[in-house]
Structures are given as C-alpha cells and as structure tokens.
Design a binder for this molecule. Structure first.
Ligand code: ZN
Length: 82
C-alpha cells in the first residue's frame, strides 16, 4: 500500500554544474507572455537555475485537450425546438 503518489511530481532530473550531478529539479513559473509561458528549473540541491522551458499556447491547448472534455455540441437546456 503506497500512500505517496507521484502524479503531481512532474519535475525531472537535470544536470547541475554546481552539484556536478544530475539533480531533481523544481519547476518555477518565470514569465508569462501573451503567447507562451517560461518556466525555470531550479536544482533542489543548491537552488541554482539549471534550465528553462518554454510552453507555447499551442502546447497548453494540447495539454487541455488531453483532459477529459465535455461534448460541446449539445448544450442541454439552452435551446428548445418546438
Ligand atoms: Zn545544484
């Protein structure tokens, strides 16, 4: 029986030059632009930035599309045809 689930832990390991090793990283939202977001990866060992990632609006839409979606053709109760 495992109480801890790692679904929320999406950060991967990146090589840190200070630690001289591949370290688990923490994702931090750095910048929000109209068409993309930039994330900073911080080493959990020393806290220095080891990388960045850009998430474009298209990628965000794809991520949302993967989520369970509701059928949008029919809006129940919105229109009643006589
Ligand atoms: Zn480090």
């Amino acid at each position: 029986m495992s109480q801890q689930q790692f679904e929320n832990f999406t950060a991967s390991s990146l090589y840190c030059e200070k630690c001289k090793a591949a370290m688990p990283v923490r994702e931090r939202l750095l910048l929000i632009l109209p068409d993309k977001e930039i994330y900073d990866y911080l080493c959990t060992g020393c806290g220095s930035s080891v990388g960045q990632r850009e998430v474009t609006a298209g990628e965000k839409m794809m991520a949302q599309a993967r989520a369970p979606r509701r059928p949008r053709r029919r809006a129940p109760g919105q229109r009643i045809q006589l």
